[in-house]
Structures are given as C-alpha cells and as structure tokens.
Design a protein around this ligand. Structure first.
Ligand code: ARG
Length: 270
C-alpha cells in the first residue's frame, strides 16, 4: 500500500441548483411534500465547487433550466471517455428534457454527442473504471444500454445488478478510487454481482450500510483526495488507512432528492 497516493487533475461539469426542488418521487429518498431549502442547497453546492477548485480541478458549469429540478445531478447527463460523449436517455419522463439541455452544452463546448437508444442515465449507472466500465442495472439503466455503451466505446462492460431500491443507481453504492481500485457496499448487489466485485477487486474498500445511507459511496476521488459526505465516518477512516485523504463536503440538502457529491459531478475525461 503506497504511503502517498497521486492525485490526477480532473475536469468536471456541474449545474447550479437554482431550480432544485423535490416535485415528484422517482426513488425512495424523494417525497414531494418535502420542502427544499434552496439557499442552503446553493451554499452546500458552492462549497463542493470551491473544494474541487482548491484541489486543482477544473470546473465547468451548464446553465440550469427552470422546471428541471433534478438537473443539478450532472452525473446523469452522459459518460465521457477520451473526449467522446455517450449521452443519456432517462427512465423517468420528468427528467427526459435534461438530455437536450446537456447535449446543447456539450456541443457548444466542441463535443459530438451520441444519443443512446436504450434507457441509461450517464455516470449514475455507467462508471468508467480504468480498463473497463462498471455498469449497474436493476432500477434505471437497462441491459441493452450496457451493450450499447460497450459497442460505442469498445471498452469491456461489467454488468452489475442492484437489488436495494435505496441504492437505485450504481454510483450510490460504489465509487472508483483510482485506475485499479474501488469502494463499495456489497449489500446493494445481487449475490452474483457481489462475487464479481470480490473477484475483480480483492483489495477494495468495503463500506457499511450506514456509510452507504449517508451517501458516503456517492464520492468523487482524484486518486488521492476523496470528496466525501462528512457522515461517512467509518468509511473515511478506512480510506485513510488505505492511503487516501478524505475531504468532507456536506451536501445533505440533496439527499432529499436521493443525490450526493458524485451525482452533482459529471467527469469529462479527455
Ligand atoms: N432525483 C434524482 C433521480 O432520482 C437523483 C439522481 C441522483 N444521481 C445519481 N447520479 N445517482 O433521478
């Protein structure tokens, strides 16, 4: 285990939570009767952006669209590998217009955008992890999308089945630490998928249900710093033991919509 992990500068795309709200329920965290404190959400979101910039990362922003309360969850907009953009095709009709809003941004930034035919929600379920893409299914992204993303990038896709509705996207139960390792909560996966993960990642950082329920696995790692929910204390200690440096960022207001740090962050890999 190295004493010091090496951070790699990243380019992120984010969307200000100006129109953030909980107006419909498409996952068990959401209740349309919940009131969202938009000022607090904006403040928390800005602290995430500051933390990224303070650690040397580039942050681009897409203009939020009124009437799209989940657009803040930029990770769902696409998967970007080698500057190629595989867009999204949302499960819920309420979120479908987001695809076009993000596509417009990508095009204006000089990227071509591939529009998938099958249901998939960007990095929520399609997670580039070094030599392959880890792909969740069970609640949102379909098996057909796993096939489609593999054909598009020519990168092997490892399909994983999610079984707990609280962890409806892969990025709520697993995150990539660096090219060769991940952290995850085994209880979110089917028995076979758990075995696959154990085989691929014998040295993974394994998290508890408590860590997962505070969105501790909805973290972003640059290879050294891990931007993580402050409530995931056991996981943070474990990451430290493995040579990573946890950077706590509180996005508790976004949990009302079933989101956290990674959900708010789209990575643009060039
Ligand atoms: N309310 C949003 C939804 O249910 C939250 C999306 C969270 N994003 C994520 N990458 N897990 O679609």
């Amino acid at each position: 285990m190295p004493d010091s992990r090496v951070p790699r500068p990243r380019r992120f795309l984010v969307c200000e939570p100006r129109h953030f709200a909980v107006q419909y329920a498409i996952n068990p965290w959401m209740n349309p009767d919940t009131r969202v404190d938009v000022d607090l959400a904006q403040e928390q979101w800005r602290s995430l952006i500051s933390a990224y910039r303070a650690h040397g990362h580039t942050v681009d922003t897409v203009e939020p669209v009124a009437g799209l309360p989940d657009m803040v969850f930029a990770a769902n907009s696409a998967v970007v590998v080698d500057g190629r953009v595989f867009g999204s095709s949302f499960h819920a009709p309420e979120r479908r217009p987001e695809s076009t809003a993000y596509e417009t941004w990508f095009k204006s930034a000089g990227f071509d955008v591939y529009r998938p035919e099958s249901v998939c929600e960007g990095e929520g379920d399609l997670v580039p992890a070094g030599r392959w893409i880890l792909a969740g299914t069970g609640f949102r992204t379909t098996r057909e999308a796993h096939h489609e993303v593999q054909e598009y990038f020519g990168v092997p896709v490892i399909g994983l089945t999610l079984t707990d509705p609280y962890f409806y996207h892969l990025d709520t139960a697993l995150f990539v630490l660096d090219e060769s390792n991940i952290a995850y909560y085994p209880g979110a996966f089917s028995p076979g998928s758990r075995e696959v993960l154990a085989r691929l990642y014998p040295d993974a950082v394994v998290a508890t249900r408590e860590d997962a329920m505070t969105f501790g696995l909805n973290s972003v790692s640059d290879g050294h710093h891990v931007f993580i929910d402050p409530g995931a204390t056991a996981l943070a200690a474990e990451l430290t033991r493995h040579g990573y440096l946890p950077v706590p960022v509180d996005l508790s207001e976004f949990r009302k919509a079933g989101g956290g740090i990674k959900c708010c962050t789209q990575e643009i890999r060039s």
